[in-house]
Design a protein around this ligand. Sequence first.
Ligand SMILES: Cc1cc2nc3c(=O)[nH]c(=O)nc-3n(C[C@H](O)[C@H](O)[C@H](O)COP(=O)(O)O)c2cc1C
Ligand code: SF4
Length: 398
Amino acid sequence: MRMRVFETATLAGMRLANRIIRSATHEGLGDREDFAARLAERYIRLAQGGAGAIITGYAGVSRDGRAWPNMLMIDDDDYISAYRRVTEAVKPYGAPLVLQLAHAGGRAEPAVTGEEAKAPSRRRYKGAATTARELTEGEIERIIAAFAQGISRAWRSGFDGAQLHAAHGYLLAQFLSPALNRRRDRWGGSAENRFRIVREIVDRARQTVGDFPLLAKLSAYDYDDGGMRLEEAVNLAGLCREASLNAIEVSCGNDNWFCVVRSRQVPVAAILELAPALRGASWLKKKVAALLLPRLFPTYGEQENYNVAAAAAIKAAVDIPVLVVGGIRRLDAIEGIIAAGQADYVSLCRPFVIEPDIVARLRDGRQEGSRCINCNYCLIGVGANPLQCYYGRLPGQR
Ligand SMILES: Cc1cc2nc3c(=O)[nH]c(=O)nc-3n(C[C@H](O)[C@H](O)[C@H](O)COP(=O)(O)O)c2cc1C
Ligand code: SF4
């Protein structure tokens, strides 16, 4: 079965050298003048290291949806020439490049956007400094247009596809979740209504980009009261298929977002040292934060392969390709997932942070699995610094 993992495959018309994909990973470069050159450098390393396809870190479709100052943006035609340089640089290396598009909604950071966060319904999101207010109809229409324009810009920039970030408690996931979307108008209530924003984005984008590959990342379940459950996600996956989305990447987590990147220990030291909100904070503020952090970052069940059962249920229900991400670390697990037909592709994030050539290492038999220890320091650090692996040590501790 090793052979199948490392055989070429066609995903939504894109030709992949194998079935292991780099899942979207915020690179923390969006605030740099030379972001295009630095992105290209990273993607070339990933492609040379064997990644079957590369999904970029999330790119914001509008300014009010930014979560970090260093988030990529795709809200203006002016970005097209820079992204074109990225896609042209990566093309010779063969790995398809997919741009992920996002809006943070209630998780947007007012200190970055300069305005209040907005969400399907009024809510104080976990860890947010302020309460998000409810979006108006007009604002929803503007967001749909912004996503459709973002997809069109991805297409014009030479990306091989685009992915809607409809997972992890960002805006589209906020609409899909029955817990986060309490609206009583045509954007809330039934599954069809909660899905309407995604359908309208895809319909609008298709008018310009035709059959350009469009993927969606979904949270199949979360730990929110009254939130997303697998049965509901299977139904939403069917709506994705019906709306002409070409593939679904299965993840988990919404307001309880730490289950996305679960680890056994709360990365307290990294948060106190590296998180932008706590940099330079007083001793007292850090002490209080250290006490509160375990509540924000609890430990969730399984540590490996934790979305595979959900992916398998979705795969059984839809006839479009399914990718699965989340704690996948070992080649034998990857082979098992593909052999059993639980998913068509696996995607990895942190294993590519520590070893951008992880696929070549697995393929050539140099390693049986990733060396990542799930410390999550990379995630905490990337809010203010370019993405890097810390391997559980703070910069001064090396
Ligand atoms: C540093 C870092 C940045 C991430 N950025 C994104 C992102 O931009 N978009 C996204 O959908 N998920 C993002 N994620 C989540 C990953 O794509 C993935 O779903 C999660 O890390 C679980 O996969 P893993 O166990 O292979 O790391 C990020 C995770 C980390 C650790
Ligand atoms: S910083 Fe930690 S979680 Fe991130 S890639 Fe390195 S070892 Fe893995």
